[in-house]
Design a protein around this ligand. Structure first.
Ligand SMILES: [Zn+2]
Length: 237
């Protein structure tokens, strides 16, 4: 197939454009997959579960605490009532009875106060845990936000680059004859469309040409298209 040296240069330019389009597409696919973003989203999910568990623990504990406080208030109320009755009573038997009951109530109050202390200590632990989980959550969210911004910016840049390359591609194709354009597209759809003969090496496939392949490339007239005997790409000499 005939091709002027200008056409052959255009074919090489087209090859460079297509190579860059493929590279960019791979980069776009990689950013879209967003392995790091996915990892951070997974961490956020785990953190949400921990947060839920800790908040449920806190709710349950607060309920226990309010019950303990109510029990304690009840006992303290009984103690106050008994003490005032004790002061007013002169009946020996009643006094003994009330003193006995006050002893039991004091013991009960002590138990309830101890139980409340245990609950308050557990509340401290859960509060600290919630703080740690909350801090971790903020860090994950900040990293995720930064990564998502990078992702958006990276994609925008690559996509606008692709747009320009596609325009260049259309322009290069229009500078070729329809036959050459069709021939290139056919080769390109199978892999690499064009390469330059760099010494003895076809830079489309990286193979060193020898024997018949090299002879064939060298013997092809300058205004005819040569092809790589290894990969089949148009070989520009
Ligand atoms: Zn080749």
């Amino acid at each position: 197939m005939k091709a002027t040296s200008q056409h052959q240069d255009t074919l090489l330019e087209l090859g460079r454009i297509d190579l860059q389009l493929r590279r960019n597409q791979r980069a776009i696919d990689e950013i879209t997959r967003g392995v790091e973003v996915q990892a951070e989203r997974q961490l956020l999910l785990v953190n949400s579960e921990k947060l839920l568990v800790a908040r449920n623990e806190m709710d349950a504990l607060d309920l226990e605490l309010s019950r303990a406080e109510a029990d304690l208030a009840l006992v303290e109320g009984r103690i106050a009532k008994d003490e005032s009755r004790l002061q007013q009573s002169s009946n020996q038997k009643d006094v003994q009875g009330m003193q006995h009951e006050l002893q039991s109530l004091a013991k009960r109050r002590g138990e309830l106060e101890d139980a409340e202390l245990v609950l308050l200590e557990r509340k401290d632990v859960i509060t600290q845990n919630l703080q740690v989980i909350g801090d971790e959550r903020k860090e994950i969210q900040a990293r995720l936000e930064a990564l998502e911004q990078q992702q958006t910016a990276g994609l925008a840049k690559l996509n606008s680059g692709q747009q320009l390359l596609r325009e260049d591609r259309v322009r290069s194709l229009s500078q070729l004859t329809p036959e050459l354009a069709e021939h290139y597209e056919k080769l390109f759809s199978r892999g690499v469309g064009v390469g330059k003969l760099d010494g003895l090496i076809c830079d489309a496939c990286g193979m060193t040409l020898s024997g018949d392949s090299l002879d064939s490339a060298r013997n092809t007239p300058a205004d005819e298209l040569a092809h790589c005997g290894e990969c089949g790409a148009i070989l520009v000499r």
